[in-house]
Write a protein that binds this ligand. Structure first.
Ligand SMILES: Nc1ncnc2c1ncn2[C@@H]1O[C@H](COP(=O)(O)OP(=O)(O)OP(=O)(O)O)[C@@H](O)[C@H]1O
Ligand code: SF4
Ligand SMILES: [Mg+2]
Length: 324
């Protein structure tokens, strides 16, 4: 059953210098209990997409298209319902846990807060639930009394995951949940996320610039470039046998889980990501593409079939698959 459906989603930031088209016509679906990974280098629109899902974007962002969560239209939802959805139906684990926690409040109180605010539990039951959640994320229950600065980066990220789980959501959106962590801790937190979503039958939308991380955790992968999905399919196939030259470069840049140095400039991929206010015409990847054809500078690219259950936005795929 489909839990989340994005239909032609677009997000444009309006700034003094003009318009920044950060997400441009993204259509994706996520089934109940499944895990979808969204990859792409810095600036490709991943966090904008994640924030759009729960209407967390700043006021200057204009959102188009449709977002259906459990059949409900998120973009037209009343604010009261939206607030309830944010914890009880779907929650976000942000990039860099230190920013998501209040430094002057004990972590147990912070985990309990959504339960109390949304009326899911009275104080005594909330305390019990906090202990249960800490155990689930592999922290001793006495950690409830700690302040964020008393925890390591990995422990803080576990607290963030406990907060996200508190109201038993159906969907967790994890935006670079392990990027700030060293490789060993990153692997532990990834294993934890994998186990939790499987055990609790939660759907996961996980965002990373690191294709190897996503391939490890997710069933399906979508690769974004300049605000668009350029490849989509089963994660193992996209990671090991990418059809779009950009996905191939990303996969080659992250042969092993981790390696934060590759984030800004994936190895093997020349040039910089394009400025969204000055996107190249045709296929937006053409100035950096190692296999570009002359027509790519003016080509109207679309996601073409690239095998069973797979699509890619590249002229070579269109020619190979005979799609039009
Ligand atoms: N509040 C904002 N106002 C104007 N432009 C913005 C705003 N937030 C993001 N952008 C722009 O939108 C584009 C997409 O940004 P976004 O944060 O979604 O990328 P990302 O893929 O999450 O990158 P990263 O991997 O660095 O987190 C970028 O060009 C960015 O500069
Ligand atoms: S359409 Fe052309 S420029 Fe774009 S990825 Fe394919 S070959 Fe490269
Ligand atoms: Mg981001």
């Amino acid at each position: 059953m489909t839990l989340l459906e994005l239909d032609d989603l677009s997000v444009t930031y309006r700034i003094a210098a003009g318009e920044v088209p950060a997400v441009r016509g993204v259509s994706l679906t996520l089934d109940s209990g499944a895990a979808l990974g969204v990859a792409g280098e810095s600036g490709s629109g991943k966090s904008t997409l994640a924030m759009a899902l729960l209407r967390l974007l700043p006021r200057d962002a204009r959102v188009g298209g449709r977002i259906l969560l459990g059949g409900e239209d998120v973009l037209t939802m009343k604010w009261g319902r939206m607030r309830a959805v944010r914890w009880a139906e779907a929650s976000i684990v942000f990039q860099g846990a230190q920013h998501g926690l209040n430094p002057v409040r004990r972590v147990g109180d912070q985990i309990a807060e959504p339960l109390l605010v949304h009326g899911q539990a009275r104080p005594e039951a909330a305390r019990k639930r906090v202990s249960e959640l800490l155990e689930q994320v592999g922290l001793p229950t006495w950690r409830a009394r700690s302040y964020p600065h008393e925890l390591s980066g990995g422990q803080r990220q576990r607290v963030m995951i406990a907060m996200a789980l508190a109201c038993s959501p159906r969907l967790i959106i994890a935006d670079e949940p392990t990027t700030a962590l060293d490789v060993m801790v990153q692997a532990q937190v990834l294993t934890l996320i994998k186990e939790l979503v499987a055990e609790h039958d939660i759907s996961l939308l996980m965002i990373s610039h690191d294709l190897s991380v996503l391939a490890d955790v997710c069933d399906q992968l979508a690769v974004m470039y300049a605000g668009r999905v350029v490849e989509h399919g089963p994660s193992g196939e996209v990671f090991h046998d990418a059809r779009h030259p950009y996905s191939r470069a990303l996969a080659a840049a992250f042969p092993t889980v981790g390696d934060p140095a590759s984030r800004m400039a994936p190895k093997g991929l020349g040039g910089d990501p394009p400025d969204p206010m000055r996107l190249p015409g045709g296929c937006a990847f053409h100035p950096r593409c190692p296999v570009a054809l002359e027509e790519c500078a003016s080509l109207d690219v679309a996601l073409w079939l690239a095998g069973p259950g797979r699509t890619a936005a590249c002229v070579h795929v269109r020619e190979k698959e005979g799609a039009s």
